[in-house]
Design a protein around this ligand. Structure first.
Ligand code: TLP
Length: 344
């Protein structure tokens, strides 16, 4: 089976499994797990923030950030197809009690002027704008990189109005790899960031949120309220340390594989690659084949290749550590044949 559904499907490496087995642990709610502490320190350094906190998932990390930055009744500004808005089951409404003000981005990129225009004035009729969120890379924009310049401009708007800026950086290291820079190039222009250890970095579980010491103190409390205070969790932090120290450096390989996949798919008639393929995600439109994305995905599955439906006629492929160049070649070949057999 070639699993291109998501980079979340990666299995922990041998080294990660060994590290989990050998991890020194303690009760992390008492602040006594040395492996968690090591991971959090490493993450804070890599992200250029005062402190970091290990959380169970990207969703939990984003939600803790929203809860920490806002008050019920606030409005938060975010991109119209951002994960926090699109894929987190309405959690910001359910937990933080905030309303959302969405801005349609151009390939995931929001115009700083639109953000400035969406910030509420001080008026008894209006909710207060409590937070601005960005997503880098942008998942539904096909892994698009939000440029350092765009982040800088948005951060300037946020600073001027004294509104915090949170980055959903589930795939921030993919963005960094794509411009061959450190993640701090991006994170210097935000107050807080969430990064996933369990996507392209291959760890089995976990995310990190990072920001000021004051932010992390309050975030730790929200994590506890949400039931995310874990005990001997060094066994999960240990693979996270390997994810950050080693797996981060190989993401360019996944990007290369995505390029090969996109190039192969572009050669197939009636298939359109719709994104620019800047990182590890390829999105195609199968409309011209006269099938739905669900039908296309189902048929591919029968040939032992997994992808996900990304809209009525859109299909997403995501490259990652467990997918080789041979797998990519086989995928292109299989799709080519499938179309021939169906004589579409
Ligand atoms: N994305 C998953 C699905 O939820 C769609 C995927 O397969 O891409 N932010 C971004 C930008 C994400 O893409 C995801 C996961 C998350 C947050 C949430 O992370 P988890 O799954 O750890 O809660």
């Amino acid at each position: 089976m070639i699993d291109l559904r998501s980079d979340t499907v990666t299995k922990p490496t041998e080294e990660m499994r060994r590290a989990a087995y050998e991890a020194k642990v303690g009760d992390d709610v008492y602040g006594e797990d040395p492996t968690v502490k090591k991971l959090e320190k490493l993450a804070a350094n890599i992200l250029g923030k005062e402190e970091a906190l290990f959380v169970t998932s990207g969703t939990q990390g984003n939600q803790i950030a929203v809860l920490t930055h806002t008050q019920p009744g606030n409005e938060i500004i975010l991109e119209a197809e951002s994960h926090i808005f699109y894929y987190e089951s309405g959690a910001v409404a359910a937990f933080a009690g905030v309303q959302t003000r969405t801005i349609e981005g151009e390939k995931g990129v929001m115009n700083p002027k639109s953000i400035a225009a969406s910030i509420r004035d001080d008026d008894q009729h209006f909710p207060e704008t409590g937070l601005i969120c960005l997503e880098n890379t942008h998942n539904r924009a096909g892994g698009a990189v939000i440029s350092v310049q765009n982040m800088k401009e948005i951060y300037a708007v946020a600073r001027e109005k004294n509104i915090p800026l949170h980055v959903d950086g589930a795939r921030l290291f993919n963005a960094a790899a794509s411009i061959n820079e450190n993640a701090t190039e991006f994170t210097q222009y935000c107050d807080t960031v969430q990064i996933c250890l369990s996507k392209g970095l291959g760890a089995p579980v976990g995310s990190i949120i990072a920001g000021s010491s004051e932010f992390i103190k309050s975030a730790r409390k929200w994590r506890k309220r949400l039931g995310g205070g874990l005990r001997q969790v060094g066994i999960l932090a240990a693979p996270g340390i390997i994810a950050l120290s080693e797996m981060r450096n190989r993401l360019a390989e996944d990007h290369q594989n995505a390029q090969v996949l996109a190039a192969g798919l572009r050669e197939i008639s009636k298939i359109t690659v719709v994104n620019d393929v800047e990182t590890n995600i390829v999105v195609i439109d199968v409309k011209e084949l006269g099938v739905s994305s669900d039908e296309f995905v189902e048929e591919l599955k029968e040939k032992d290749i997994l992808a996900v439906s990304f809209g009525p006629t859109l299909v997403r492929f995501t490259t990652h550590y467990d997918v080789t160049k041979e797998d990519i070649d086989k995928t292109i070949d299989t799709i080519q044949r499938q179309i021939k057999v169906n004589q579409i």
